[in-house]
Design a protein around this ligand. Structure first.
Ligand SMILES: [Zn+2]
Length: 212
């Protein structure tokens, strides 16, 4: 059964060039997406957000992100919303799926200050009379308190001699100053990101994203 909220979302949305509606998408498919526990969003061929499912809003609200509810995302560039260091990776993946119809999978972290979270992302192309779209499905595959090597690290001593903090753009671990590749989990910095942060990529994320 469809809720009124659901109907409101799969009808054509309010961005001129972006349209995900009943004429292009079978209602039963969008109903399945809408109620799927995975966070699902649809990108147009310019990689702008054309649609998000209910799980998007649920995740945003659970993480204090009432400023990023799905209504506010329609028409936004998914690339612009991606940390600069990761844009080339996502552009390459999106283009492969869009132009060659390959399906793509990757695993990434999106932890809160309190909880370690790992997601699986599956991207596939959906052809419609209005052209090709990408369907991006994000499933939570691991959810647990930060423990072991990820035990919370005090923020003391994480600034370098210039007062800067280097944080991984992907997993949000912080690099220990004076080291080349030691990254620690400092929840205080995740909870409230200081202004003096520069973004890098830790070796684990580099392997995932750029496959050495
Ligand atoms: Zn990382």
């Amino acid at each position: 059964m469809r809720s009124p909220g659901f109907l409101g979302y799969w009808r054509p949305l309010y961005c001129d060039q972006v349209l995900v509606g009943e004429q292009e998408w079978k209602p039963e498919l969008l109903a399945e997406y809408e109620l799927n526990p995975a966070i699902i969003y649809v990108l147009d061929s310019s990689f702008r957000i054309a649609w998000c499912n209910l799980a998007w809003d649920r995740f945003a609200l659970e993480n204090g992100g009432d400023g990023v509810l799905r209504e506010q995302q329609i028409g936004r560039s998914a690339i612009d919303a991606t940390p600069a260091r990761l844009r080339a990776f996502y552009m390459a993946v999106y283009n492969r799926v869009l132009h060659y119809g390959e399906e793509a999978d990757c695993v990434y972290e999106c932890s809160s200050a309190e909880t370690f979270r790992r997601f699986h992302m599956h991207i596939k192309r959906k052809d419609t009379p209005r052209g090709a779209f990408l369907v991006v499905m994000n499933s939570l595959i691991l959810h647990e308190p930060h423990t072991g090597p990820d035990a919370p690290y005090d923020t003391h001593g994480l600034r370098d001699e210039h007062g800067l903090i280097t944080m991984c753009a992907h997993c949000r671990r912080t690099q220990l100053p004076e080291t080349t590749d030691t990254w620690v989990w400092a929840p205080e910095l995740v909870r409230r990101m200081p202004l003096e942060v520069s973004h890098g990529i830790c070796s684990v994320c580099f392997d995932i994203y750029y496959g050495r």
